[in-house]
Design a protein around this ligand. Structure first.
Ligand code: FE
Ligand code: CA
Length: 510
């Protein structure tokens, strides 16, 4: 705990500030939300922090003034060799967040960074730049995680993720959850899910409340460790805004122009709290989150947005039998522009592995866990959008090197994506950091689901993350799971490693 500081320490530093930037005179440590890096490229990455001396107070305890923050980047963990430094302004308009887009760094190496403000210093973060596009890396190891309901478990998996040797981490969203849950709720297998800590505030409707939820989540020391250890590629799913939203539609039904006001506030709060580039700055309530990167010639990762451009879930959403509308010819998941962009990227065949890093399940599973008479779909997944799904699988069929990474399910799955009776790609579905609570190896009733869906080759219902280990010849996804998250101090273990060989979209399961 950092105690009260003398106002003078801040006032002295303030002399060098431009006239518009007034000293805050912090009573409490301002870097309570840690630091983060994101969107690495071969010559840089974004470094992020947000000032919040009192994270749960309105405005994070900040006076509504712009405040100058200085930053430095070093070639070593002891900051003996500073390679870049500068000043940035934390503005009240952006929740006193700071995004610095670094460039001019060397490819494929480690850097360390930290911030200072009025005599206070942040923790230090580490990030790696990517290899240049013409490089021929012999391997890549990266993490995949998301779904971190603060109420339903401790973030111990993040503490372990921080200790992994990784080039970067892909986050599939549900970084915050927009509601306040009860102390218990039934899970989809009838299991009891218990809350172990409490969201401040209720359901989020205005930007101050979205900001406060991020502040509460980001106060978690294990999450801060993970961000300080690795650069993240951030995406969002539904709960950054509202449960199962798509486009300008949300349940219960609202006039679209009204939902768009909430969506705009939520997307702005998301931008403020994520280490993402200026290209993702929201404009007119929208932001362009889909983007792609190359890890030399080894892998191309396409980070998708499966929410903002998607057509309404057919058949009233939820888990139900399919209705006629799942075959709607004009349905879309990605929207025309993003779908064309993805098709162009895939057709270029620039990398050994083509990765779709996205949110909702692409396998079309029959979700029956009992003796229901007809097949049941999760209508919030690709299964409910047959025409665009078939179109995408047909593209993959010509490639034989596509790997799909998915979240949302709060369960681990590995399976094959089948098009016209032939597997055309594989899908690794990563569980959750905390959402759903402890879980167990098998969710009650899952055996029946697995019997009905032979394309699923691996399943597990514990919390954790994926560590993907990629070489030109083989891709291995290590399913890392926690024994519990309902108390601090859980233990991590490798539940399984599921592999796929390049050129043969069939899973190798131990
Ligand atoms: Fe989730
Ligand atoms: Ca979700």
């Amino acid at each position: 705990m950092i105690g009260r500081r003398h106002f003078l320490a801040g006032a002295g530093a303030a002399l060098a500030f431009p006239a518009i930037v007034r000293a805050q005179g912090f009573s409490f440590y301002p870097f309570t939300l840690g630091v983060a890096a994101g969107d690495p490229s071969p010559d840089g990455f974004v470094i992020w922090t947000r000032l919040a001396p009192e994270p749960l107070q309105r405005g994070g305890g900040m006076a509504m003034n712009p405040v100058e923050v200085s930053w430095e980047v070093a070639a070593d963990a002891r900051f003996a060799t500073i390679v870049a430094r500068g000043d940035a302004v934390a503005r009240p308009e952006l929740g006193h967040s700071v995004h610095v887009e670094l460039s001019g760094l060397e490819a494929d190496r480690s850097y360390w960074y930290r911030f200072r403000c009025e005599g206070e210093r942040s923790i230090q973060g580490h990030a790696r730049t990517l290899p240049v596009a013409s490089a021929r890396p012999s391997s890549l190891r990266f993490g995949v995680c998301g779904c971190q309901n603060f109420e339903e478990g401790y973030y111990t998996a993040y503490r372990h993720l921080a200790e992994e040797e990784l080039a970067f981490v892909y986050h599939y969203g549900d970084y915050i959850y927009e509601y306040r849950g009860g102390w218990t709720r039934p899970g989809r297998g009838g299991q009891l899910i218990q809350s172990v800590r409490r969201h401040e505030g209720g359901t989020l409707y205005d930007i101050a409340e979205y900001r406060r939820r991020y502040a509460q989540v980001k106060s978690d020391p294990d999450l801060q460790r993970a961000h300080a250890a690795h650069a993240f590629f951030m995406t969002y799913d539904d709960h950054e805004i509202a449960d199962n939203w798509v486009g300008d539609i949300v349940w219960p039904e609202l006039p679209p122009e009204i939902f768009r006001t909430r969506r705009a506030m939520a997307l702005q709060a998301w931008y403020e709290n994520m280490p993402v580039r200026r290209a993702l700055f929201p404009r007119h309530g929208e932001l362009r989150a889909h983007r792609s990167i190359r890890f030399g010639n080894l892998a191309e990762l396409n980070f998708l947005d499966t929410r903002q451009y998607r057509a309404d879930q057919p058949c009233n959403d939820g888990f139900r039998p399919a209705c006629e509308n799942v075959n709607a010819p004009d349905a879309t998941v990605l929207g025309a522009e993003q779908e064309e962009w993805l098709a162009r990227n895939l057709s270029r065949r620039q990398a050994r592995w083509n990765v779709l890093a996205q949110q909702v399940m692409m396998m079309a599973l029959d979700r029956r866990m009992e003796d229901e008479p007809e097949p049941i779909l999760n209508l919030d997944t690709w299964a409910a959008y047959r025409v665009p799904r078939d179109r995408l699988l047909a593209r993959m069929a010509g490639l034989d090197n596509v790997v799909v990474l998915t979240g949302d399910e709060h369960q681990n799955f590995a399976g094959e994506l089948v098009h016209r009776d032939r597997p055309v790609a594989v899908e690794f579905v990563s569980t959750s950091i905390s959402s759903g609570g402890d879980g167990s190896d098998r969710r009650p009733g899952i055996e029946r689901l697995l019997a009905r869906n032979p394309q699923v080759r691996f399943n597990n219902d514990q919390r954790g993350y994926l560590a993907c280990e990629v070489t030109p010849e083989i891709w291995q996804s290590h399913y890392m799971v926690m024994d519990h998250v309902s108390r601090p101090g859980g233990t991590l273990s490798k539940r399984a490693s599921v592999a796929v060989e390049h050129g043969r979209p069939a899973l190798i399961v131990p």
